[in-house]
Unconditional design. Structure first.
Length: 275
């Protein structure tokens, strides 16, 4: 039961008892006495998101053992973290999930492992900041397959953001494959949240990447422009997002092959996994 619901429960019970007493004793005094309790319960309902969030900031939910095991056995960047940072990372992943409204097409239940894929990718970008989520992009929609959209009706694509509705969208299979095996399949979640990051923090000075960057990045990962564009499914792909994926997935290779870009991205994300 969410914290706000637990907080409101005693007031609901008291108000119910007072209403019952008023009915059976035919005395309006008890009904009037219940009004403050009804008001408090209503305020708990109205401000439930804020109450829940403040509670979770102080008491982050625990990650289920199976999901934690997925990170420990399948996710290389998590394995490379210091144990203290791993705990902090898990807490922030769970906070991101609490702050996000997840919806899935076709099914009623959003798979927990998919939530972890999305939240962990976003939190990677935010670990160097005090922010726990992207307030302007708190809605996520999961599709079972590539999808068209009103913005791109002629393109069946695997990921997209739509600022007006504050929504980020993913197709399930490439999302999972890119998260679990990012050196074999391009990580679309990390890519998409890199774009969201750039939109959320426009005051930051971002690297100015030219078309030649595609070839240099492909030399690091093996992911050519054609492969990445096909994976995303849209004609225009953010080079900054591609560079960000390389920074997190191939940190040592990027630093060796393109130290200037690695330093620029380090300054942006302040990614220090061993601290």
């Amino acid at each position: 039961m969410p914290p706000a619901s637990r907080l409101s429960m005693p007031f609901i019970v008291i108000a119910g008892c007072l209403f019952a007493m008023s009915h059976f004793m035919e005395n309006g005094f008890y009904a009037r006495l219940s009004i403050p309790f009804v008001i408090i319960a209503a305020l708990c309902y109205i401000f439930a998101p804020q109450i829940n969030w403040r509670y979770y900031l102080k008491n982050p939910p625990e990650m289920e053992h199976g999901l934690r095991h997925m990170l420990e056995t399948k996710v290389e960047f998590y394995q490379d973290m210091h144990p203290f940072v791993r705990k902090k990372f898990r807490e922030r992943v769970m906070l991101f999930i609490e702050a996000t409204d997840f919806k899935v097409q076709v099914s009623d239940e959003f798979p927990s492992d998919m939530k972890i894929c999305i939240a962990a990718s976003a939190v990677q970008l935010l670990m160097g900041r005090g922010d726990y989520h992207f307030p302007k992009y708190e809605n996520v929609i999961l599709y079972p397959h590539p999808f068209p959209s009103p913005q791109f009706p002629e393109h069946w694509h695997n990921t997209e953001y739509f600022t007006e509705d504050g929504v980020v969208m993913f197709a399930a299979q490439p999302l999972l494959l890119g998260f679990i095996t990012p050196k074999k399949y391009y990580n679309i979640a990390l890519h998409q949240y890199a774009e969201v990051y750039q939109l959320s923090y426009p005051e930051i000075k971002y690297p100015d990447l030219e078309e030649s960057a595609w070839e240099r990045l492909a030399g690091i990962s093996g992911f050519s422009k054609e492969i990445i564009t096909k994976t995303i499914g849209l004609p225009d792909v953010s080079l900054f997002a591609v560079a960000t994926v390389h920074y997190f997935i191939y940190p040592k290779k990027l630093a060796a092959a393109w130290p200037e870009l690695a330093n620029d991205l380090e300054a942006i994300f302040q990614n220090k996994p061993d601290e």
